[in-house]
Design a binder for this molecule. Structure first.
Ligand SMILES: *C/C=C(C)/C=C/C=C(C)/C=C/C1=C(C)CCCC1(C)C
Length: 241
């Protein structure tokens, strides 16, 4: 663990052209600022919404801590911090599934819906990790399995049980659910794109190679902070009515 830690009092040198390193630094600060924002706003919400906003803050806080590790790893080795990346996702993506459940709970969502989504997200992440690390020659195959799990999540929230509950709830809950659905369909789609830029497969001839980290860092900022703000907004709107 300590073999890549910085010497106390020393800052590693980042080249002005290291745009990947730049996005890691921005990621640290953005996640930290967002966490402060969500945590400090907690008092203004009543109990019903407080947990949802708290979870938004936990998601960006967990990401902030991982971003500090990933930034240091990148500055030390100029290599993708894949391990920390997937530890972060393994904690934060299931928490996003919890968020879906929390906002639909008022409309009668069952816990089984939450567990189903958590399970699917873990299948998506474990297979993605396998493709990026232990079995890179078959990255396309792992990516495909991961993509199927992702597709089932998209189906579940757009057309499945979750969408029916949101329809029944109507009002603010329905509009927030809709926005979150767009996050998962469009914002989350950046991840498989990043994966294809960083691994070799039939797609490499079409897409070429690119920085998997820049793609993931941009996606994280959009999906973790943006997603949290939707919840924050829902809580605030619902409190006014
Ligand atoms: C905060 C982190 C989030 C919202 C991470 C989401 C990650 C994904 C949606 C990853 C999806 C992948 C595929 C659909 C196929 C290729 C492998 C992955 C894991 C990059």
């Amino acid at each position: 663990m300590t073999n890549f830690m910085l010497i106390p009092g020393m800052v590693s040198k980042l080249l002005p052209t290291d745009y990947v390193g730049f996005t890691f630094f921005i990621g640290c600060m953005a996640m930290m600022a967002a966490s402060a924002f969500f945590f400090l706003s907690l008092n203004q919400f009543d109990k019903k919404w407080r947990v949802s906003v708290l979870v938004s803050g936990l998601i960006t806080f967990i990401a902030a801590v991982h971003y500090f590790y990933m930034r240091d790893y990148w500055t030390a080795f100029q290599e993708s911090p894949t391990f920390f990346r997937y530890v972060d996702w393994t904690l934060t993506v299931p928490l996003m599934c919890v968020e879906f459940y929390l906002i639909l709970k008022v409309a009668g969502a069952k816990q089984s819906l939450m567990w189903k989504m958590i399970f699917l997200s873990l299948v998506m992440l474990v297979t993605g990790y396998a493709g990026e690390t232990i079995d890179r020659p078959n990255a396309w195959l792992w990516g495909l399995i991961s993509g199927i799990a992702y597709f089932v999540i998209v189906y579940e929230i757009w057309l499945g049980e979750a969408s029916k509950i949101a329809q029944a709830a109507g009002g603010n809950v329905l509009s927030a659910h809709k926005i979150l659905c767009w996050f998962v369909l469009v914002g989350w789609a950046i991840y498989p794109l990043g994966y294809m830029l960083g691994t070799d497969g039939w797609y490499t001839g079409i897409l070429g190679k690119g920085s998997v980290d820049v793609a993931y860092n941009i996606a994280d900022a959009i999906n973790k902070i943006g997603f949290g703000l939707v919840i924050y907004n829902l809580a605030q709107q619902s409190q006014k009515d």
